[in-house]
Design a protein around this ligand. Structure first.
Ligand code: GRF
Length: 206
């Protein structure tokens, strides 16, 4: 990364986009030397698209229904990302598992956020899984993406207490606050060239 040239981000979404909003806010506040060059959604009605448009960010509706299989969809996604000359791909509530077509096109340059302390409670409804298990603490994890479900090298984690009266909604809201901080912090580390990956281990330099 050339110093002072903003890192070019693509944010992939499927839903409400509160994490997208947090990233937009950090960039606009001058806290993150990055530019969101496109927001891509596999859902035409994702509210995240409205958030992006309000900030003048190009949006792409890229629905998976038109594609016969996951690899073909991912190949088309890679084309879009290459067209925008993307440095870092952010999965912010993007509800699809990537194939090696995407993962190998952006080695250690695709980040996801998961609403639990991985490797616990992978997959869907992580907050409800945590409640059902009875843990006292949960949280969120930012990790690089590989072809598994929430299995890639861990970059940052934040711990959130679980209240005994929590519902899925109340715990999700508390975790989401932590997500917004943690995702921005991980992106900042990437932008500053401070992340080094060896196998599963991520080292963060000063
Ligand atoms: C977050 O809870 C994230 O952990 C999960 O999907 C949710 C996306 O929320 N991967 P939002 O669309 O950013 O509000």
């Amino acid at each position: 990364m050339i110093e002072n040239v903003p890192c070019r981000l693509a944010v992939l979404v499927s839903g409400s986009g509160t994490n997208l909003q947090a990233i937009i806010d950090r960039i606009e506040a001058g806290e993150l030397n990055a530019k969101i060059v496109c927001v891509i959604s596999n859902k035409a009605d994702a509210y995240a698209l409205t958030r992006a448009s309000k900030h003048g960010i190009p949006v792409v509706v890229h629905e998976n229904t038109a594609f016969p299989e996951r690899r073909a969809y991912d190949a088309a996604t890679v084309e879009i990302l290459r067209g925008y000359r993307v440095d870092l791909v952010i999965l912010a509530g993007f509800m699809r598992i990537l194939t090696e077509v995407m993962v190998s096109a952006f080695p250690h340059a695709i980040m996801n956020i998961h609403p639990a302390l991985l490797p616990s409670f992978q997959g869907l409804h992580a907050q409800q899984q945590a409640l059902d298990y009875g843990v006292r603490y949960s949280g969120c994890t930012v990790h690089f993406v590989d072809c598994g479900t929430d299995t890639g090298p861990i970059i940052l984690q934040s711990v959130v207490p679980v209240d005994q009266d929590d519902t899925e909604d109340t715990l999700s809201a508390r975790i989401q606050n932590a997500e917004h901080q943690t995702f921005a912090a991980a992106i900042k580390l990437f932008v500053e060239g401070k992340i080094h990956v060896t196998g599963r281990k991520v080292r963060i330099s000063a």
